[in-house]
Ligand binder design. Sequence first.
Ligand code: NAD
Length: 349
Amino acid sequence: MILVTGGAGFIGSNFILDWLATHDEAVVNLDALTYAGNVHNLASVKDDPRYTFVHGDIGDTQLVAGVLERHRPRAIINFAAESHVDRSIHGPEAFVQTNILGTFRLIEATRAYWGLLPEHSAFRFLHISTDEVFGTLGAADQAFSERTQYQPNSPYSASKAASDHLVRAYHHTYGLPVLTTNCSNNYGPYHFPEKLIPLVIHNALEGRALPIYGDGQQIRDWLYVRDHCSAIRRVLEAGVPGETYNIGGWNERANLDVVHTLCDILDELSPKAGGGSYRDQITFVTDRPGHDRRYAIDARKIEAELDWRPAETFESGIRKTVRWYLDNAEWVRGVASGSYRNWIEKQYA
Ligand SMILES: NC(=O)c1ccc[n+]([C@@H]2O[C@H](COP(=O)([O-])OP(=O)(O)OC[C@H]3O[C@@H](n4cnc5c(N)ncnc54)[C@H](O)[C@@H]3O)[C@@H](O)[C@H]2O)c1
């Protein structure tokens, strides 16, 4: 049995779907169902006897202790977080609450549980983090490695950096067998349409403007979400406790190039009724304050030590993603209209 937190979000739900498709082992999903949590993502496994959903907050010490006691997981994978940089600029408190205090309470409850386990060296706490903790790179800088100094620039990345430090300290102070992964930008199915790639696909098809921050030359390193999930499984299986692993697919792209690629694939797969290109909908808007210029992951450690490689290139992954959004228009409409909340209430009332 493994415990996944934040499993109703974008990466967590892809992780659970892949896990249940490839493992016999059961999964408990602990999720507070914030605006970003959508149990509809997991509708296909809802009745699977290996899947259990618990509605709750990682910062609720009593609830977490009860979940650990009842389900006795051999590993915890902590995806739960406030994850959107723009939201952290407008309202940082929720980020401090969940990403820092929530992670602290979760790991503290984990320490108590782990201390009583008979097989406690086999236990793992895998903390999912981001490359944004490293700050920003100039055009000529080398990619972020595991030895790069933390220099978080947004309230989001600062709160994730704080949680990474807490997790690291629990290994050094108490010997808790923790692993941390720092991954680049993900994209793929079930991505909430506040983030660049799903937002562009959604707005393009709705005939709306495609907003680009500043000059669109901010560089991100993109990884297909299922490749991130396969890397997490590999780290869980073979990672050395106390170590951190950077995860990325060597796919640096400027935001404007990503949007052009999306428009071109949409032009091909779903041409505009009146003719013309989706590129005509691009509009440039005022840049995000403190917008990091470039992120890039040096993934040599996980490749060399754990023999992990992504299955998708940017070109194959982005095409799959556009196809998924075209084939799942109902999911996108439901999320965009907020109607999945009614569905949740009915299922989990
Ligand atoms: N999306 C990316 O590109 C990316 C890249 C690298 C790392 N990460 C990290 O991966 C993790 C998952 O990211 P995501 O994009 O799937 O995020 P998401 O916002 O889509 O999902 C977050 C999930 O956590 C749940 N949650 C939030 N607060 C909670 C709390 N207090 N208790 C329990 N559940 C709570 C939400 O309901 C939601 O289901 C995060 O830790 C994020 O920092 C994301």
